[in-house]
Structures are given as C-alpha cells and as structure tokens.
Design a protein around this ligand. Structure first.
Ligand SMILES: [Zn+2]
Ligand SMILES: [Zn+2]
Length: 129
C-alpha cells in the first residue's frame, strides 16, 4: 500500500512511513491503494473506488464490538467489558459498585449498541460482520 500522506510505498502493517515519518494511514492526500491524489476527508477514492475511511478504521483497529457487547450484557455489572477494552481503572470501580448498581453497565451497553463506545486508546470498537 501507499502512504496516505506522501504517496511513498509502505508495508501493509507499517506503523510509520519511512519517507515522511507519519503513520501511513494518517494522511489524506493519497489513496493507499492506487496512489492517486484524494481530496481531504474523501471517504472513497474517486479513481479505484476503495473505501478510505473504512480502511482507516481498520488501521486503528479496536476491540471486537460483538465481544464487548456480550461481555457487557452478561458480565457488565462486574465491569468485564471495561477490562476488555482497556479501561482497567473504571473496570475496578464498576466491579466494586456492581456496575453502578447496573445503571452504569446499562449506559455502557447502550453506548456499545449505538457504536459510540471507545476503548482506552480512544478507538471505536470494530464490527466484524
Ligand atoms: Zn509518507
Ligand atoms: Zn485509489
């Protein structure tokens, strides 16, 4: 694939472009697939049709959405979904308060369902279906 910032060819799993020093998928100037220039904020490459925003989500891949949802549903009052997504501190608090008497766990459950729940690194959960 190509660096989205400078168009340099980089490895598929590269975390940093050797040419410009930024994460390859952090840029918005070039298509990672065909290297053609893309307008900033373009969600689809006009030349080859690949989804740019979709791929960006994959590059910042978070935890599995369905796993977090099920953990929250069955074990939410123990904060297990919080541990799973890296919020260890909050997980401990939820464990001690039994998910804020279930209310906190319920709020998290809704956040996960509507897709606005983020893990400790600020990444959205990934839906793989
Ligand atoms: Zn680059
Ligand atoms: Zn393209």
């Amino acid at each position: 694939m190509y660096c989205r910032n400078c168009g340099n060819e980089v490895y598929e799993k590269a975390v940093m472009c050797v040419a410009c020093g930024t994460p390859p998928k952090a840029g918005d100037k070039y298509c990672y697939h065909c290297k053609s220039e893309t307008p900033p904020n373009a969600s689809v490459c006009m030349k080859c049709g690949v989804s740019l925003s979709h791929n960006y989500h994959y590059s910042t891949e978070g935890e599995d959405w369905l796993t977090a949802l099920l953990l929250c549903f069955f074990l939410g009052i123990f904060g297990v979904h919080r541990f799973y997504t890296g919020h260890t501190g909050i997980g401990v608090v939820q464990l001690l308060t039994l998910g804020g008497c279930g209310i906190w766990a319920l709020i998290d459950f809704i956040l996960i369902i509507v897709g606005s729940y983020r893990d400790a690194n600020g990444r959205l959960l990934v839906r793989r279906f």
